[in-house]
Structure formats: C-alpha cells, structure tokens
Design a protein around this ligand. Structure first.
Ligand SMILES: [Zn+2]
Length: 90
C-alpha cells in the first residue's frame, strides 16, 4: 500500500507496526517515527483510526483486549464495509 508520497519510512512498514503502536508495546524511538508518519500521511492515519476502532470495539465486547483473531477479523471487515458504504453514498 502506498499513498504516493515520499516518507522517511515506508507506509507498509508503518502499517505493519501500527498494531503494536496501538498496544503501546513499541520502544520510544519507533513510537516517534510512527507518530510523525501518521501526521504526514493521511492514508496511514485512516488505517490507524480503523485499527483503533476495532480495538475499542473488541475491548467492549470481550472485556479484555485478547479477543480471538476471528472476532477481530470480523469486526475489521464490518468496519471496512461501513467505510465503503459511507464513501460510496457520499
Ligand atoms: Zn503512510
């Protein structure tokens, strides 16, 4: 995935680490790198928002953050569908 702009760090690399970033399990240096990238890159920020929404929903449903991958995937899929509906009806 690419937003067509040049960044110090590749978008795909950021997106791979954004899950860990949300969990606050990254070292400080990496956190800064990701935060800076998200400020510059709207597509990655979008993806980050989506991931955060999923995490929030999963946490609400299951009471903890260790939901099964299947549930997580289902929610992510649903959110993606919603997003598509929103953008196509606009
Ligand atoms: Zn990016």
């Amino acid at each position: 995935m690419s937003c067509g702009e040049h960044h110090d760090v590749d978008c795909s690399e950021i997106l791979q680490r954004v899950y860990v970033f949300i969990d606050n399990e990254l070292e400080d240096a990496s956190t800064d790198e990701i935060r800076q990238h998200l400020e510059e890159c709207a597509p990655c920020l979008d993806q980050y928002d989506l991931e955060r929404s999923v995490k929030k929903l999963v946490g609400r449903c299951c009471g903890d953050e260790h939901a099964p991958d299947s549930l997580r995937a289902k929610i992510l899929l649903r959110l993606t569908e919603l997003r598509v509906e929103i953008t196509t009806t606009d």
